[in-house]
Design a protein around this ligand. Structure first.
Ligand SMILES: Nc1ncnc2c1ncn2[C@@H]1O[C@H](COP(=O)(O)OP(=O)(O)O)[C@@H](O)[C@H]1O
Ligand SMILES: [Mg+2]
Length: 308
């Protein structure tokens, strides 16, 4: 044992030589780099699966209003139609603009189970949970900071999902607290990025995508939304926002899973809570969703060796 004169503490010599170097002034010098890494590791929450949920797919974008919720709803329902024996869940984590209650035509409040969890609401065979279910229909959600995190905790940890094969998670735009909290807390199989072909959307999508390579979450692919309008009188394709999604897919080394036009059927069906994948299964729009659903299940089943 030795006695440190400066603060009169007693150290075990064997232990002390492992990580303290003495300087000329006899001041203990800790390996700061190693120490910082240890502290960071300790500070990061451990990812914990959501009870009963086997696979989690995030639907993300850089910009708002590009169609994340529309894609989430239609993908979830398409997955259910393609896999009637599988359980599909849809979790809406956009606390400030929850769209799932409207788009899935779900208005009631979830009941609380015996173990004090929220029971998801069911429509079109898909189990749904949304921050929108937790407040009055027309009430604004005025949450900030800690309250948002509490809301997220409720949505992630206090929902009685039962058994879920695929959980589609609709997220708010960008790489804010909600996305970081999802990434840090739950194991995510892959991400689908939704974008319009407009430079403004593509740029932020590319920027935001960087986070997934840092945390090593695979990008399943891009969904290009509102890519063109089919002129009703001459059937010409009008590219409203330009072209550029394929180039972005190349840059991100991921697949372009599907392209959707700007189409009144889509906006009407989301407003009425009747997803086009359910109401018109033989339409081209539905078929594109069915194809994306097939690619997603293929990705999950062959996670490591995904090919187009
Ligand atoms: N392909 C489309 N054609 C027409 N309207 C669309 C299309 N995709 C989405 N919309 C509409 O655009 C609005 C924004 O879509 P939404 O899915 O809520 O975007 P986000 O979740 O990214 O904010 C919704 O009102 C939706 O009905
Ligand atoms: Mg949305």
């Amino acid at each position: 044992m030795i006695r440190n004169v400066r603060n009169n503490r007693i150290f075990n010599t064997k232990c002390i030589t492992q990580y303290i170097n003495y300087s000329s002034t006899d001041k203990p010098k800790v390996d700061l780099h190693q120490r910082r890494e240890e502290l960071m590791k300790r500070g990061l929450p451990k990812q914990k699966p959501i009870e009963g949920v086997k696979n989690i797919i995030l639907i993300c974008s850089g910009k708002g209003g590009v169609g994340k919720s529309t894609v989430s709803v239609n993908l979830a329902t398409a997955l259910k139609l393609a896999n009637p024996n599988k359980e599909i869940g849809l979790l809406d984590t956009d606390c400030f603009g929850p769209s799932i209650p409207l788009m899935m035509n779900l208005r009631s409040k979830p009941y609380v189970t015996d173990d004090k969890k929220l029971a998801p609401l069911l429509n079109y065979g898909v189990k749904c949970m949304s921050a929108g279910f937790l407040v009055e229909k027309d009430a604004p959600i005025i949450w900030r900071g800690l309250r948002v995190m509490q809301g997220m905790e409720t949505l992630i940890r206090h929902v009685s999902w039962g058994s879920i094969d695929y959980l589609i998670v609709d997220t708010p735009p960008g790489t804010g607290d909600t996305l970081l909290s999802l990434i840090q807390n739950i194991p995510i199989n892959g991400v689908i990025l939704v974008t319009t072909p407009q430079s403004a959307a593509l740029e932020v999508t590319k920027k935001g995508a960087g986070i997934f390579s840092i945390v090593k979450i695979p990008i399943i692919g891009l969904v290009e939304n509102m890519a063109y309008i089919d002129c009703p009188s001459c059937s010409t394709k009008i590219n409203v926002y330009g072209k550029g999604t394929e180039k972005l897919a190349e840059e991100l080394q991921c697949n372009l899973l599907g392209t959707f036009p700007l189409h009144p059927v889509i906006s009407k069906s989301t407003d009425e809570g009747t997803p086009v994948t359910v109401t018109d299964t033989s339409s081209d729009l539905s078929k594109t969703y069915q194809d994306i659903a097939r690619k997603v299940t293929h990705f999950i089943e062959n996670e490591k060796s995904y090919v187009k």
